[in-house]
Write a protein that binds this ligand. Structure first.
Ligand code: AVI
Length: 321
């Protein structure tokens, strides 16, 4: 946003202006995923401490036949994925369906055009027989369109993405999903489970500092896109886990009294020494909480597919009406 006189404020600029004006200051992890942020997230997924991706990978690699067996559809169905990222989460499930000659069309939906372009070209090489209809835009509008025919649908929301929503937002999001589905449709939700707190803590405070860089990247993004002058050396990263609520909360910490100018919104923000900017919630659930969440958003949990250590679940739900 270079021309501040004529440009309409971008969503990002509006979000930053609002988030840094509040008390406590907040920035949403939704904005972590520009190109450098997505690369850092790829690195996180490979960290020894970040068990989530490997656990879900194990489930989808070893249990896709069991998952498919529990789907009621023996004729053509739509497999709709919300926020597939680079598609690596779903690759195992898709290959097993393609290998089993199952009649389905894969509809990945993402807000990032680049993510969808990369995923489509990856799958053209790795799964040339996959029938794919990629979409860019709002999940709910597109789900509505993708489901408009007569065929049943299976909707995927994997990778513990639901954990990044505050509980009430999660419930509203899932309720909207359930309202679009009919009784013959199914929903598969990836959730990170409550476990020994030390394991969770390490996953969000890795020894190589990649998670810190992932959070700090948000300030670099503001510098670049909104012409700001955050000094990244004057902010630190901190995360804390409350095992009772299952909430990992992440923050950026101001290391000194400082003022930061953001030209694109023509504002200067003051940070006290040790003042926090809240950046992310990564919520963990017990199986009972998963079932409660299903019920309170119009679903019934049918089966939890879990990895061997019981760290993660892909929970299969059916809408109640
Ligand atoms: C994308 N999301 C599920 C990740 C998580 O675990 O909350 C993002 C992340 N944040 C720090 N590490 C990974």
């Amino acid at each position: 946003m270079k021309n501040t006189d004529t440009a309409v404020m971008s969503d990002f600029a509006e979000h930053v202006a609002e988030g840094l004006s509040g008390m406590p200051k907040k920035l949403s992890s939704r904005y972590f995923y520009d190109d450098p942020g997505s690369k850092l997230f790829q690195q996180i997924m490979e960290l020894p401490e970040y068990y989530l991706t490997r656990a879900e990978d194990e489930i989808l690699r070893e249990q896709s036949t069991d998952i498919f067996r529990l789907l009621p559809h023996k004729t053509h169905f739509n497999l709709i994925e919300l926020g597939p990222g680079d598609g690596s989460k779903t690759q195992h499930l898709l290959s097993s369906l393609v290998a089993g000659d199952v009649d389905f069309t894969y509809h990945p939906i993402d807000i990032s055009e680049q993510a969808i372009a990369d995923l489509t070209s990856n799958f053209a090489t790795s799964l040339p027989h996959l029938r794919i209809k990629p979409w860019v835009g709002d999940y709910f509008q597109i789900m509505d369109q993708a489901m408009s025919g007569n065929d049943p649908s299976v909707v995927l929301f994997l990778g513990s993405n639901i954990g990044n929503f505050e509980p009430e937002t999660a419930r509203r999001f899932l309720t909207r999903v359930s309202q679009l589905l009919s009784v013959r449709d199914r929903f598969l939700l990836g959730v990170d489970l409550k476990k020994h707190p030390a394991v969770v803590e390490k996953a969000y405070r890795d020894s190589q500092g990649v998670t810190a860089a992932f959070n700090l990247n948000l300030l670099r993004r503001i510098n670049e896109e909104l012409e700001a002058d955050f000094d990244l050396n004057m902010f630190d990263f901190y995360s804390t886990y409350d095992p009772v609520s299952g909430s990992v909360r992440s923050y950026l910490v101001s290391l000194q009294n400082q003022d930061v100018r953001i030209n694109a919104i023509q504002r200067t923000f003051h940070f006290e020494k040790f003042e926090l900017i809240s950046t992310e919630l990564s919520r963990k659930y017990s199986l009972r909480e998963v079932e409660d969440l299903a019920r309170s958003s119009g679903f019934e949990a049918i089966h939890h597919f879990m990895d061997e250590q019981g760290f993660f679940a892909d929970s299969l739900w059916r809408p109640l009406s």
